[in-house]
Design a protein around this ligand. Structure first.
Ligand code: KG4
Ligand code: ZN
Length: 333
């Protein structure tokens, strides 16, 4: 029996999870509301909040799994990428436990973990599979050939899909993080009311910065004619923006599936919570004969459960690190 305690602290969620033999027994996530009024995550405040949260979060993960610290076989943490001060809190905590209890230490790459979150539910994809990982910091299409064998075959050249949602929301005067609010307004709007451009980027890469500029000019223009334009058309604007972001994502995913011939297709990351993306993904999958997978919501946004499942497979492959390992804000795989 292998029990792993994992910690995720790369951005503004403090999370701890217990995984036993590949099953997640607990996954405790604490969000940091302190950033709301700043319209984005403030790194220094994130580090401080992680320091306050980490002991109670780890205690709760152990308690709700019915597990003692002394029975943990390995300690794991998010090594990269992320905010360096935030990563350091989780890394130092896991290193201290590993040193004190003389158990192995397993650093995990956050983006690999988003992909392997698809292996947490009972209904999981077989290998090889493609995963579209869409979060606030990343947009990638990953070809996953085995548990720890993955390569990025497409990625954003500028903003991430989550940023495209959040920055669009900011232009509409919605608070941070705006992605879920665009989703909410879009449900009541007409997605064909306004047309935003689809970027012409070759291959499997993405770009969202042009869309942001197009939205900015569109709003400025319309406001000159009617200063209440945004308030009066909020649902339709949100639905139109969402439809464009979703079509950019799915067109590339469709292309990746065509090029690789792979039909096991997953999405992961915070933006996979978007109702428009989920619906279009399911419809495209049905149309093209894909087997589609999306992890349950608590494993889509940042969480330690995905770190724990990745650490479990690294444990089986004996991929351990010594105490000199340090986190890194940016890291290639
Ligand atoms: O994976 P995640 O929790 O954190 C990162 O690693 O970045 O993703 C957060 C991102 C934010 O940009 C947020 O606005 C977006 O996911 N998001 C959504 C929705 N829920 C979260 N975007 C659109 N629609 C949603 N329902
Ligand atoms: Zn993430």
């Amino acid at each position: 029996m292998i029990t792993i305690l994992a910690i995720e602290s790369s951005c503004d969620e403090t999370s701890a999870a217990i995984c036993r033999d590949g099953k997640i027994l607990s996954n405790v996530i604490v969000n940091q509301s302190v950033h709301e009024k700043y319209g984005g995550v403030v790194p220094e405040l994130a580090s401080r909040a992680h320091l306050q949260n980490i002991v109670p979060v780890v205690d709760e993960a152990l308690a709700s799994a019915g597990c003692q610290l002394s029975t943990v076989d390995a300690f794991s943490f998010t090594q990269s990428p992320g905010l360096i001060g935030a990563l350091l809190v989780g890394a130092q905590f896991a290193k201290s436990l590993s040193l004190a209890l003389d158990k192995p230490l397993i650093p995990v790459h956050h983006m690999q973990a988003h992909v392997l979150a698809n292996l947490i539910p009972a209904n999981k994809p077989g290998f090889p599979f493609l995963c579209l990982t869409v979060s606030g910091g990343h947009t990638q299409i990953v070809l996953c050939e085995d548990f720890l064998q993955m390569k990025i075959i497409g990625q954003t050249l500028d903003d991430a899909a989550g940023e495209a949602f959040d920055k669009s929301a900011k232009l509409l005067g919605l608070p941070y993080p705006g992605g879920p609010l665009i989703d909410k307004h879009a449900r009541a709007g007409d997605p064909n009311k306004f047309k935003f451009p689809e970027p012409q980027i070759p291959g499997l890469d993405f770009s969202f910065s042009g869309l942001k500029t197009a939205i900015l000019y569109f709003i400025q223009n319309e406001k000159q004619k009617n200063e209440n334009f945004v308030q009066q058309n909020m649902n339709d604007i949100c639905a139109s923006i969402q439809q464009r972001i979703v079509s950019i994502l799915l067109n590339k995913l469709r292309k990746a599936a065509e090029q690789t011939g792979i039909k096991n297709i997953c999405i992961a990351g915070g933006v996979s919570a978007n109702s428009g993306l989920r619906k279009a993904f399911a419809e495209t999958g049905e149309h093209l004969g894909w087997k589609t997978f999306i992890p349950p919501f608590e494993y889509c946004t940042d969480n330690a459960g995905m770190i724990a499942i990745t650490a479990y497979h690294k444990y089986l492959a004996a991929e351990f690190a010594d105490l000199s390992v340090s986190p890194s804000a940016r890291a290639e795989w």
